[in-house]
Design a binder for this molecule. Sequence first.
Ligand SMILES: C[C@](O)(CO)[C@H](O)COP(=O)(O)OP(=O)(O)OC[C@H]1O[C@@H](n2ccc(N)nc2=O)[C@H](O)[C@@H]1O
Ligand SMILES: Nc1ncnc2c1ncn2[C@@H]1O[C@H](COP(=O)(O)OP(=O)(O)OP(=O)(O)O)[C@@H](O)[C@H]1O
Length: 284
Amino acid sequence: MEIMEKAPAKINLGLDVLKKREEDGYHELEMVMASVDLADKLLIKEIPQNQIVVRTNATFLPVDEKNNVYQALSLVKEKYGITKGVSVDIKKNVPVAAGLGGGSSDAAAALRGINRLWKLGLTKKELCEIGFEVGTDVPYCVHGTTAFVTGRGEFVEELPPMPQCWVILVKPQFSVSTKKIFANLKMEGMEHPDIDKLRESIVEQDYEKMVAYVGNAMEKATMERRPIVRDIKDRMIKYGADAALMSGSGPTVFGLCQNYSRAKRIYNGLRGFCKEVHIVRTIK
Ligand SMILES: C[C@](O)(CO)[C@H](O)COP(=O)(O)OP(=O)(O)OC[C@H]1O[C@@H](n2ccc(N)nc2=O)[C@H](O)[C@@H]1O
Ligand SMILES: Nc1ncnc2c1ncn2[C@@H]1O[C@H](COP(=O)(O)OP(=O)(O)OP(=O)(O)O)[C@@H](O)[C@H]1O
């Protein structure tokens, strides 16, 4: 038997950093997250030998214990004393180290998939707990719906799907280290988005209110290191996006727009400026 699982990219409609925790140096976050229909595809199969085999078309990615999928499956095998083997082929479509949570989404998809393949009967909560050992965004990705996420990323409250729209994703030609951005983050003078209002806008299904309240407290830090991120954001607004924002710790910037011809205009405008541009939909 083989299982196919999609691993969609996430965007942070809102990301606030509340404080740096004394005890472990991690940051306390408040986020509103949503998924879009740009996705990796995982093909998961049982194999006769007691091993985890990861393969991917993205040849630069690790396929050993550094791969998030490997880590997630290894935790499941260890935790439940499973001596069966599994192979996973990852067809990578989500840009890597981009702020789009590709690796986290792959890990979550592997957890959902192995739960089905081996009929483990694990609840979402159990999958989230295992996933959280792999990375901050994995619990969110296990849910995959629009959600309000708090703590270090472990508390996920599902929200109604964000108001439908086109999402233009622009990934500049460099990557950003989440660890470095967090390490250099200055809490003093940080601009905090109004996450309550943003969350409210989604509950109320109010697109205009949502675009007014998107915001990312990490944007400034990444833009200081990489001014092109601000440039992309400004261009998106100039070409007619209702809102434009950096996702996660960047460097991908996304633009939101309900009108398709305007979305196309933004897409075409940015394609002349950056190589990697996608026009996608939100997930219902
Ligand atoms: C910023 C986001 O993109 C928002 O969606 C994610 O939280 C980042 O998720 P990620 O890349 O999977 O991050 P992780 O691998 O969990 O963490 C990378 C590093 O970021 C820092 N980190 C991460 C999450 C958090 N709440 N506080 C932190 O300070 C830690 O130094 C950590 O070692
Ligand atoms: N399955 C995977 N897919 C992508 N990257 C992976 C995977 N497994 C391990 N990695 C490593 O994780 C790092 C971050 O990749 P990823 O695409 O998840 O970052 P990201 O989009 O910035 O995530 P986030 O938004 O959660 O910060 C890469 O440097 C990559 O080598």
